[in-house]
Design a protein around this ligand. Structure first.
Ligand code: NAP
Length: 253
């Protein structure tokens, strides 16, 4: 058990990639706090993790994040691992992106990282091997059409990890990003439905629109992303910091 007793907070831990990361960390002995807005989703995943607690919060709300992290500490002690996974991925042609949609995407995908990293920071730098892992995206290192706010926010997320890696290199804290390609979760399910609705294509054709980006021709399994995140959290990964690790079938080399 390489993370025995360490307290890990996973935002968006009630579904998809966040749930898979929580399960991978728990298998190595971490004590989990799952953060998200939907209580039922959080409860369902927490029920699969021994001793996990949940902290319901909208990560765009700093006061809610502070309260959630305080309750997490009260349950499981200081936070040693922070996984910034909560995210949204709306799509629209750039000319039709509203100011509200832009702001909301930035709020969830970027502002929330500021809130969560700052709220956990005192614990993370006091820990012998503090870890921040942010679930960014291949969209953090390359452009895609029809998702400008998402691409911009994920580039910012990787930038923040690089800044923190540099600023805290003298401590035990590392800060990295994992960058999945299209992964088999609700976000991609929604994207497939959106393509179908807008183009009249079948579900298989819409799915192929996304898998064509991956040279391996498939969607990534959330468990594969979780393995990369787990590796970054291990004490033995202490020299890996400020990195953006692609989990994308060779899409971005
Ligand atoms: P998902 O199942 O829809 O997960 C998104 C999670 O974020 C949900 O659990 C959601 O929980 C949480 N969330 C959203 N807004 C929130 C808010 N304001 N406050 C708190 N929690 C919030 O989709 P996913 O694919 O696993 O996405 C996880 C991360 O992976 C995202 O950052 C996404 O950008 C990234 N990613 C996904 C893919 C992909 O193809 N699936 C590829 C690259 C990167 P609640 O709704 O309960 O709040």
């Amino acid at each position: 058990m390489r993370l025995e007793g360490l307290h890990a907070v996973v935002t968006g831990g009630g579904s998809g990639i966040g749930a898979a990361i929580a399960q991978a960390l728990a298998r190595e002995g971490a004590r989990l706090t799952l953060v998200g807005r939907r209580r039922e989703a959080l409860d369902a995943i927490a029920a699969t993790l021994p001793g996990a607690c949940i902290a319901q919060a909208d990560v765009t709300d700093r006061a809610a994040v502070d309260a959630a992290f305080a309750s997490a500490r009260a349950a499981h002690g200081p936070i040693a691992i922070l996984v910034n996974n909560a995210g949204i991925a709306p799509s629209a042609p750039f000319a039709k992106v509203t100011a509200e949609a832009w702001r909301q995407t930035m709020a969830v995908n970027l502002d929330a990282l500021f809130h969560c990293c700052q709220a956990a920071l005192p614990d993370l730098i006091a820990a012998p091997s503090g870890r921040i892992v942010t679930v960014a995206s291949t969209a953090g290192v390359k452009g895609y059409g029809y998702t400008a706010p998402y691409v911009a926010s994920k580039h910012g997320a990787i930038g923040l990890m690089r800044a923190l890696a540099t600023e805290f290199a003298h401590t035990g804290l590392t800060a990295n990003a994992v960058c999945p390609g299209f992964t088999d979760t609700d976000i991609v399910g929604d994207a497939i439905a959106n393509i179908q609705a807008k183009t009249g294509r079948s579900a298989d054709e819409a799915r192929a629109q996304l898998t064509r980006f991956n040279p391996q021709g498939r969607l990534i399994d959330p468990a594969e992303v979780a393995e990369a995140a787990l590796w970054l959290c291990l004490p033995a990964s202490r020299s890996v910091t400020g990195q953006a690790i692609m989990v994308a079938g060779g899409e971005v080399m």
